[in-house]
Design a protein around this ligand. Structure first.
Ligand code: DC
Length: 241
């Protein structure tokens, strides 16, 4: 991939595969803008929780999976999503996020948001709305976008598509370390269970499920450092095809 063009790079994969760290660094190395689409689903989830559209779950709710027994109103969620404006901008520690002008960069990583986000992301109208915004953000090119459906739905004509994965055990180890760094102590077994649940929900939904695009390059990050993975992706971006 030559340096002159405004490239679009899609990076998909399951929770905890290291997509956001890798995508951010790949964007830096290639001089492109990093767009974290998961942050957009998280931002809407955060707002819906604050509005009481999604009921607050038990404090133990983890980084993924259903919140059993709590009813919520899909129509109210869709209406709220239509009326919301989400803004992303690069920050020193990753992407900064605002909803309706209010910053929620840290709040969108909370266990509460993580517990609900898969269900918000499974609502077809919410997906269509965000997919359209993501396509608009990528229109001029010059972006690295990460998510679950970027290579398959959002940017089917991306110049490069990667599918980043790792074993469940490794992803659980990483997610547990992230949560611990944010002051949330949870057991490895619990995190592993959330990850399995989230994988299942993200892969089985009707619209925009997590899936490997036919023309995506599979990258397994198990046992590799972030730098090794970034190097490999940057190298493959630069190769002519
Ligand atoms: O990558 P993440 O953990 O921040 O993603 C949060 C949730 O949003 C996750 O459950 C999958 C969903 N998601 C999605 O459905 N489509 C995307 N393009 C990005 C994220």
């Amino acid at each position: 991939m030559g340096e002159h063009k405004k490239w679009t790079v899609a990076i998909d994969g399951p929770a905890g595969a290291g997509k956001s760290t890798v995508a951010r660094k790949v964007a830096e190395r290639l001089g492109l803008l990093y767009i974290d689409t998961g942050a957009m689903y998280r931002a809407l989830t955060w707002k819906a929780l604050r509005r009481g559209i999604l009921p607050a779950a038990a404090a133990t709710a983890g980084s993924g999976g259903a919140v059993p027994g709590l009813a919520w109103n899909t129509q109210a969620l869709v209406k709220m999503a239509r009326e919301s404006s989400i803004r992303l901008a690069p920050g020193p520690q990753g992407v900064r996020v605002w909803v309706d002008g209010e910053e929620c960069t840290e709040e969108i990583r909370s266990p509460q948001v993580s517990a609900w986000v898969s269900q918000v992301a499974a609502v077809p109208e919410v997906r269509r709305l965000l997919v359209r915004q993501q396509q608009a953000m990528a229109r001029g090119g010059g972006v690295v976008m990460d998510g679950r459906d970027i290579g398959t739905v959002v940017l089917p004509h991306a110049d490069r598509k990667f599918y980043l994965t790792a074993t469940v055990e490794e992803r659980a180890r990483r997610r547990q370390a992230d949560l611990a760094a944010q002051g949330h102590e949870v057991s490895r077994a619990e995190v592993e269970q959330w990850i399995r649940q989230r994988d299942q929900q993200d892969s089985q939904r009707q619209e925009g499920p997590l899936a490997l695009a036919a023309d995506a390059i599979l990258v397994d990050s198990t046992g590799k450092t972030v730098e090794e993975v970034v190097d490999s992706i940057v190298r493959q971006c630069r190769e002519e095809v």
